[in-house]
Design a binder for this molecule. Structure first.
Ligand code: NAD
Length: 288
């Protein structure tokens, strides 16, 4: 039986681990070849390690074991020229491009983090999404799909713009709000070309980004060094369903739908994978 994205090629940024690896693997399981980008380096303002080259190699290994092709690039999504070069080289190798999943992200949280973290958050998670879309657009035809990874932090009042999250948290929310607005506005101009643009907004997701001491302190600002157990109890506050977080595959399943032709007339949407967490926020007036 043909896979749900059989014969398509997809760019995935932040593909070395976490949700990005999960998206690459899920799309490959369903028949896509992958152009995988990840910087695989730590950022000075980010107080937990990013993926390494060995992680990107592991994504490659898994995709190839599924019988699909993958080309990997050590690329910083803040570097527009490098992203365009990587996508061009990937398309030269794999022949065409139908899907982009702009997923790379950082969470430089904490009062002690310098204000430059605000800019890093925005450059990676808003600038990086726009750049990945722009680089991919050059190769896209009718039927293509652009998918930006946002966050519930961009849709809930205040988001991560709290004193304990510091400027990096403020930049995080700003970037994610920007992704939500940007997909809406870009979708208007891509629709006449039959190219779709959507955002997926995860709640807490079980990855290295969530399991960092700084993130734990954001959820438990009353404690200096909250344990994983103490933080996990607090994680429940973001969802209405009785869960602390979703798994990467829960996001990948929505990414797969948006990448596939099953969603051929779905565009400009903000798809929340949030265990009902944002329902209260839209409790008055018409649901969004
Ligand atoms: N984990 C959560 O709770 C959560 C919740 C909502 C939204 N998100 C979003 O989901 C996306 C994926 O995050 P994740 O949870 O898989 O985290 P993660 O830390 O496991 O993965 C992020 C990946 O992005 C890469 N990356 C970081 N900076 C980069 C750069 N400048 N250029 C290229 N690659 C870079 C990292 O090396 C890493 O592989 C992010 O956009 C994040 O903001 C995560």
């Amino acid at each position: 039986m043909a896979g749900r994205v059989e014969g398509k090629v997809a760019v995935v940024t932040g593909a070395a681990r976490g949700q990005g690896r999960s998206h690459a693997v899920k799309l490959a399981e369903e028949g896509a070849d992958i152009i995988a980008l990840d910087w695989c380096q730590d950022l000075a303002t980010v107080n937990y390690p990013q993926a390494g080259l060995e992680d990107l190699a592991e994504t490659k290994r898994i995709v190839e074991a599924l019988g699909r092709r993958i080309v990997t690039f050590q690329t910083d999504v803040r570097d527009r020229t490098a992203v365009i070069d990587a996508v061009n080289a990937g398309v030269s190798e794999l022949g065409h491009l139908e899907v982009v999943v702009a997923n790379a992200g950082i969470a430089p949280l904490g009062r002690e983090i310098p204000p430059t973290a605000w800019f890093d958050s925005v450059q990676v998670m808003l600038g990086g999404v726009i750049t990945a879309f722009e680089a991919s657009f050059q190769h896209m035809q009718a039927g293509a799909s652009m998918i930006g990874i946002g966050s519930v932090a961009g849709l809930m009042p205040g988001g991560t713009d709290t004193p304990s999250s510091g400027p990096g948290g403020g930049g995080y929310s700003h970037a994610k709000r920007g992704v939500a607005r940007m997909v809406h506005d870009l979708a208007m101009h891509m629709a006449p070309l039959s190219i779709r643009v959507n955002a997926v907004h995860p709640t807490n997701c079980n990855t290295d980004m969530l399991h960092s001491p700084a993130m734990y302190r954001t959820f438990r600002p009353d404690l200096e060094n909250p344990t994983r157990e103490q933080a996990t109890k607090a994680f429940h506050a973001l969802q209405r369903m009785p869960i602390p977080y979703v798994e990467p595959i829960d996001i990948s399943n929505v990414v797969l739908f948006l990448a596939s032709d099953e969603s051929r007339y779905v565009t400009g949407q903000q798809i929340k994978v949030d265990g009902g967490g944002l329902l209260a926020a839209s409790n008055s007036g018409a649901p969004q």
